[in-house]
Design a protein around this ligand. Sequence first.
Ligand SMILES: [Zn+2]
Length: 172
Amino acid sequence: MVKAFQVNDSNYDGRFYVGVRSTGIYCLPSCKAKLPKLENVAFYPNREEAIAAGFRGCKRCKSESFPDVLPKWLHDVLTYMKNNYDARLTESKLTGMTPVDITTIRRYFKNHLGVTPLAFHRRLRLIHARELIESGVNYLQAAYECGYESSSGFREAFSRQYGCPPGRLNGK
Ligand SMILES: [Zn+2]
């Protein structure tokens, strides 16, 4: 991915997205903007995860419109998910914040992300928990901030997503 991004390989456009922490923008691998330092770069398998991590689309490579234009309601959903890692998300909450019905939301997530919207939220919560732990936060605290009421439930979900228990990451 690093290589594809460094040589602006457009064959990889849509296969992953590049978040640039120093600018808060996410790009296509082919973006011709000045190459950021690698330590400021994070890779995402899809736009939705990049947006949920707080990145905005790039005006230069139009990353927000590739391969298609994102529905407007999706931004509200992703922003809510990002700001509410500890919330009990329900489908009725989702329809309450968008003008579309649950069938449309479910279909979008299934087609673009391969999971239900609630499963995507759970994935984001674990990504956030992992970031917290990697930045030195105790895993019980990370579990709490991501809405897990029991540490065993958190350990189980975390191990399922990452193949190792959360304590393994920072030795606690
Ligand atoms: Zn760009």
